[in-house]
Ligand binder design. Structure first.
Ligand code: WTA
Length: 657
């Protein structure tokens, strides 16, 4: 056993708790008394946090919950999110402070942007969008790589009150088109491409293809990032506009208008339990309060000295709350990195941390696990003594990964904050506080001040310590989703009907409370998978498979996977006329899912099966399929209409990829 392995093994055996470092605890932004203050008067607590922002008009009422579950926070207040993230820092004399240390993937391709420069660019982009016909309330889709213009685009939309919907660059043209259709975005902001794994990766062609699938798009604003060839017919003079012309030529003067606290800020699509992605709506005042406060509290942010880096993509909620809105409202200096973690070499991330002296670092367990596999020699080559706090998000962090993260990356000095939250919650809900909580590897610990969460049984009663159940949020919170875009009924059904009597928000996650009452999140209890921290719906992938002409029926399950947490495993019944599907059927189906949804939804395994296990009432028994996918003996088959089917499926495994 090597030294490291031995130390790690000891750490795990010790069942040890990690106390906050004394100096960090003494100087912490948020101390233990915050929990009591929030419990005593929740509304007063959140009102105090809202004072972190600059309001044009102060609110009259903190929370209007009279039409629950449709919340209004900071009723009567007005503000501009972009002003709060940019202008006010410049007005306070911090215009020369670096807001973004941008690191492109090609080495040496970097750019530092100060708050004053950010203000100019955001103002120019706001003017350009207005000139393109975008008005208050109009939706704008953003489909971009991790370049500063992505942040500028989001803030420009916020500045003019045009809700943005950022679509992850890894989604296909189909997925992009359906999101654009659903929220009726009239302008798309994109780029020719971005750098991934050492090469330019195109984005604009997907927008062109999306335009053949939806007629909503009036204008496409294109950043030139890679300079790559746009292809034949890759430019339409009636629709396409270069960013450097439209934005570059616009005035840097722009007066931000104050909007109502409940003005829509953005729509973020996320997978639900049905095939159609849900458009999660976030509004302005409450969301910004939640993002700003949690970033300050959970990362103990000291804006004068900290350098912050969140590795999430701007296309996910983590990028929204913890790259754009929370950190910029708090006036941070942060790193923004364009590319993949291992380009051009496996230690790229650690080199960036050393180069910029990053002190607060936020990433996902799936990334940590992949670095563990490479071995500690890679991070050990870099001086990461600047790190102060490490964060984790997106899926449960297994204790081994937690301990490795703290030990190898954090030099055993840094608290690890395991933050549980969702696209819907807008901001962190359950997490240790780095100056207060003694952390337990694998536990998200307790709800942060101002948040009520619990684990309940089927009837909505809190489970005793030592037991498991459903994770719920017990009271409204400022950054909560307000509804699903265009679908109030689905909003009520999905989140508020399961524990209607208690008025609890149903998160869709299972969790347990340990003997101390600390919360361990276990994962989804619905048909949502978590693949590398990305939410995918089983039904959405099933619909994609069934849309292939050779497929009659399909069932998809999330099987546990050592690298990605869960992986997509698909069972497919072919149509009679398709015969055996031909020699390339597996690849054909896999490519089809890729083109319908995107590479992240690509199944790890596709099995062609003669039948699917169903109950007598015709419901697919996914539990049994998960048993097969995870290599377990198949469980109880009593409720199956035809028990012999499982023998066929188990035997047929050899024919899959
Ligand atoms: C999971 C990402 C355990 C959970 C911010 C949740 C987690 C879903 C954690 C939301 C965590 C997120 N521990 N599970 N610390 N953080 N999850 O909407 O299943 O992309 O419901 O938001 O990720 O994923 P979403």
């Amino acid at each position: 056993m090597s030294d490291t392995e031995e130390t790690l093994a000891n750490l795990l055996r010790e069942d040890r708790r990690f106390e906050p470092p004394a100096d960090l605890a003494a100087a912490a932004n948020v101390k233990a008394d915050a929990y009591d203050a929030a419990r005593t008067d929740r509304d007063a607590f959140w009102a105090e946090q809202a004072e972190r922002l600059t309001w044009a008009t102060k609110w009259d009422q903190v929370l209007d919950w009279s039409n629950a579950p449709f919340a209004k926070w900071f009723v009567g207040g007005t503000l501009n999110a972009s002003y709060n993230c940019v202008d006010r820092h410049v007005e306070a004399g911090r215009g020369d402070k670096v807001a973004i240390h941008w690191v492109g993937e090609p080495e040496g391709d970097t750019r530092d942007i100060t708050y004053a420069q950010l203000k100019d660019e955001v103002s120019q982009a706001a003017n350009a969008l207005t000139a393109l016909g975008v008005g208050t309330g109009d939706r704008v889709a953003i489909y971009m790589p991790m370049i500063p213009e992505a942040i500028v685009a989001m803030l420009a939309c916020a500045r003019i009150g045009a809700p943005h919907t950022v679509v992850f660059g890894g989604f296909s043209a189909d997925a992009l088109a359906s999101r654009i259709d659903d929220c009726q975005a009239k302008v798309v902001i994109t780029s020719d491409g971005g750098y991934r794994r050492g090469a330019p990766s195109a984005l604009k062609p997907a927008v062109d293809e999306a335009r053949t699938k939806t007629d909503k798009i009036e204008k496409v604003l294109v950043v030139r990032r890679t300079g790559q060839d746009l292809g034949e017919n890759g430019w339409d003079d009636d629709v396409d506009v270069w960013w450097h012309d439209a934005v570059g030529g616009a005035s840097t003067e722009h007066t931000p208008e104050a909007f109502d606290s409940e003005h829509p800020l953005y729509v973020m699509y996320t997978s639900g339990t049905t095939g159609k992605p849900k458009g999660i709506l976030h509004t302005t005042g409450g969301y910004l309060t939640g993002a700003s406060y949690t970033h300050h509290a959970v990362f103990d942010l000291k804006p004068e000295t900290d350098v912050y880096w969140c590795t999430a993509d701007i296309g996910w909620v983590t990028g929204h709350s913890y790259i754009v809105y929370g950190p910029l409202a708090n006036g941070v200096t942060q790193v923004l990195y364009e590319g993949t973690p291992d380009s051009p070499e496996p230690g790229r991330w650690w080199k960036i941390i050393a180069d910029y002296k990053v002190s607060l670092f936020y990433t996902a367990p799936t990334a940590i696990r992949s670095f563990m596999k490479q071995g500690r020699e890679v991070p050990d080559r870099h001086d990461m003594s600047s790190l102060r706090i490490l964060g984790s998000v997106g899926e449960p962090i297994n204790p081994e990964a937690y301990v490795w993260y703290r030990h190898v990356i954090g030099g055993d000095r840094t608290p690890v904050v395991d933050t549980w939250w969702q696209t819907e919650t807008g901001a962190v809900m359950i997490s240790p506080l780095p100056g207060v909580t003694s952390g337990k590897p694998g536990s998200a610990m307790t709800p942060i001040p101002g948040i009520g969460a619990d684990v309940v049984d089927d009837d909505g009663n809190p489970v005793p310590n030592g037991s498991g159940g459903y994770l719920v949020v017990t009271s409204p919170w400022p950054s909560m989703l307000r509804t699903l875009w265009g679908d109030d009924d689905r909003y009520v059904d999905t989140y508020w009907s399961r524990f209607k009597q208690q008025g609890y928000y149903f998160a869709g996650d299972g969790a347990k409370k340990d003997e101390d009452g600390d919360i361990w999140v276990l994962g989804r209890v619905d048909d949502v998978m978590n693949v590398s921290g990305h939410r995918l719906s089983t039904t959405e992938i099933e619909s994609a498979l069934v849309s292939h002409p050779k497929v009659a029926e399909s069932a998809v399950v999330g099987a546990s996977d050592p690298d990605t947490g869960q992986a997509v495993v698909a069972y497919v019944i072919l149509r009679d006329e398709a015969g055996d599907g031909g020699p390339d059927i597996i690849k054909e189906l896999s490519d089809h899912v890729r083109s319908q949804i995107g590479p992240i939804a690509k199944p790890r395994q596709i099995m062609i099966v003669p039948e699917l296990p169903k109950t007598r009432s015709g419901k697919i028994m996914r539990r049994l399929l998960r048993d097969v996918a995870e290599g377990r003996a198949v469980g109880d088959t009593q409720t199956l209409a035809d028990a012999s089917i499982m023998d066929l499926i188990s035997a047929g495994q050899a024919t899959s990829t």
